[in-house]
Write a protein that binds this ligand. Structure first.
Ligand SMILES: [Zn+2]
Length: 127
């Protein structure tokens, strides 16, 4: 009996299997929700203090967030798929507090697929 998954999966490969992605997203969201984040500056401060990454808004598109030194992937080797579902959920949870609207946050660039920084796109739901 194997407890930790099949032998051809390394720890990271196992962590980002599709069935884990939603759980990581939810974990990020549930972690930040009780903090009642009120603005982007507070979100950026939280992420910096807790070593989740350095958050920046794209100067051309306020719905695009860039994260450098990302907690999940900045020290990972490239593996051909995006990995930062925890960070996406964290940003989503904070934006829902800030705007009082449901949002979905999708990672569009990731250091795990060779991009310089991770990039997240915010999709407001129900409007
Ligand atoms: Zn990433």
């Amino acid at each position: 009996m194997q407890v930790f998954g099949s032998s051809n999966e390394n720890a990271y490969g196992n962590m980002i299997r599709p069935d884990r992605e939603a759980a990581m997203y939810r974990a990020g969201k549930e972690l930040i929700r009780p903090l009642d984040i009120r603005d982007i500056e507070s979100l950026a401060g939280y992420m910096r203090r807790n070593h989740v990454g350095s958050l920046e808004i794209d100067s051309r598109n306020s719905r695009v967030f860039k994260v450098s030194n990302c907690l999940t992937c900045s020290t990972m080797e490239q593996m051909g798929r995006k990995a930062c579902f925890f960070e996406a959920g964290l940003i989503a949870g904070a934006l829902e507090s800030i705007y009082g609207k449901m949002v979905y946050v999708r990672e569009t660039k990731c250091q795990c697929i060779g991009d310089d920084v991770c990039e997240f796109e915010v999709i407001f739901r129900g409007n």
